[in-house]
Design a protein around this ligand. Structure first.
Ligand SMILES: [Zn+2]
Length: 167
């Protein structure tokens, strides 16, 4: 047993497992219709667009943009309450489907509709990897809220660049 205190997708239908397997591999895959190319985040036996029963689990880019979001201040359990305030984002993926997940790596005040985000993978237990979005651009993160990173990039010691090119 893990001491992970938050929700895990245990007990989900077998038809959903390929998605969670893909998260463990850090390469999200989503069902895609073989006939019309529509991606569907929620697995289905028939394509809702063309009614084809042929589909393939297909790797996605991981890129998307915030469609809408909510800031959680009263969490469902004590484990989540320790994290408030946090952001749940409804994201339109580059492939056209939408997913809801937590948006990390940014302050709630910095989140904007249309903000570019990417999938991040969180290995929370040996069995489960969860998905969280993070800003696609580091510039979207408010540096002033992270005291350890208040130094502008150009003030970093020159030897950092020397090491990077030293091979
Ligand atoms: Zn289809």
């Amino acid at each position: 047993m893990s001491d992970y205190q938050k929700f895990l997708p245990e007990g989900i239908p077998d038809s959903h497992l390929p998605f969670w397997d893909s998260l463990r591999e850090h390469q999200a895959r989503v069902q895609r219709c073989d006939d019309c190319g529509t991606y569907r985040y929620i697995p289905k036996e028939l394509c809702p667009r063309c009614h084809s029963d042929r589909a393939t689990w297909t790797a996605v880019s991981g890129a998307g943009e915030v469609y809408t979001y909510t800031v959680v201040r009263r969490a469902p359990t004590p484990a989540y309450q320790a994290d408030v305030p946090y952001v749940l984002a409804h994201v339109t993926m580059a492939e056209g489907f939408r997913m809801i997940a937590r948006l990390t790596g940014t302050e709630p005040e910095a989140v904007r509709i249309g903000m570019p985000v990417v999938i991040g993978y969180e290995d929370v237990t040996p069995e489960w990897t969860l998905l969280a979005f993070r800003p696609a651009s580091p510039a979207a993160q408010p540096a002033q809220t992270q005291p350890a990173q208040t130094q502008p990039a150009q003030t970093q010691p020159a030897q950092t660049r020397g090491e990077a090119t030293g091979s």
